[in-house]
Write a protein that binds this ligand. Structure first.
Ligand code: DX5
Ligand code: ZN
Length: 224
């Protein structure tokens, strides 16, 4: 799959964790091909979600492509535990603390046979990703301050950066996906598409919608 394919990724953060297996199937039945898993350590972001054990539980529920977003310091330290869960993609933040380095951590993800992504906080310029753009499968441009679902889309702070990433990628013959995460709904997804996105993470607008099937159809239509 290349970056001309547009996908809606439900984020499990907004699902009902008391019946996670049912929720995973609900996403698949609503047409999701990829699921997004938000790992938060209460340190890199001001919230604690879940760790590798929960990722493992989700892995057991589905063969779907699992996209893990690590909002943690020391992704290098915890990496093996997430690799072992058998997910398809691991995204790390460029702003996190590393004992080794961002480059080394990306290399380890790739060496394990997984796809790797790099995420940028809304305050971080695209230039911070430049040293790594040849070594990633996905660039995640956060469209809210990471930590919580249900926040408003930061259009003017993040869309110029997304477009800059798209322009750089296309001018240099690169092929990484551009993912947006935070505040994505039918009104905002087309704006992100216009600026280069092709992967749209949706928490509130997917699992949180009154009718997830309908909402997933609407979201997909909004970026078709
Ligand atoms: C935010 C997380 C998101 C979150 C998005 O820190 O990375 O994946 O689930 O939630 P919504 O779609 O509600 O903004
Ligand atoms: Zn996320």
């Amino acid at each position: 799959m290349n970056h001309s394919t547009h996908l809606i990724l439900p984020s499990l953060l907004a699902s009902d964790w008391s019946k996670i297996d049912v929720e995973v199937k609900r996403a698949a039945n609503a047409g999701a091909q990829w699921l997004h898993l938000d790992v938060m350590d209460g340190n890199f972001v001001d919230n604690i979600s879940f760790g590798p054990q929960m990722v493992q539980v989700v892995r057991k529920c589905t063969d779907m492509y699992l996209d893990v977003h690590l909002m943690i310091h020391r992704p290098d330290h915890y990496l093996e535990r997430f690799i072992k869960t058998g997910v398809q993609n691991i995204t790390i933040h460029v702003e996190a603390n590393y004992d080794t380095s961002v480059a080394e951590t990306l290399k380890r993800i790739r060496a394990a046979g997984l796809h790797c992504g790099l995420a940028l906080h809304p305050d971080t310029p695209f230039e911070a990703a430049l040293p790594y753009v040849r070594d990633i499968d996905l660039l995640l441009v956060m469209t809210v301050v990471p930590g919580f679902g249900g926040q408003p889309f930061m259009e003017k702070e993040t869309m110029p950066k997304l477009a800059a990433a798209r322009d750089y990628r296309d001018a240099h013959g690169l092929s990484f996906h551009l993912e947006v995460d935070g505040g994505i709904a039918t009104a905002t997804a087309p704006i992100a598409k216009q600026h280069g996105a092709n992967l749209y993470v949706c928490g509130t607008s997917a699992f949180g919608a009154p009718d997830m099937n309908q909402s997933m159809r609407d979201l997909a239509a909004s970026v078709a």
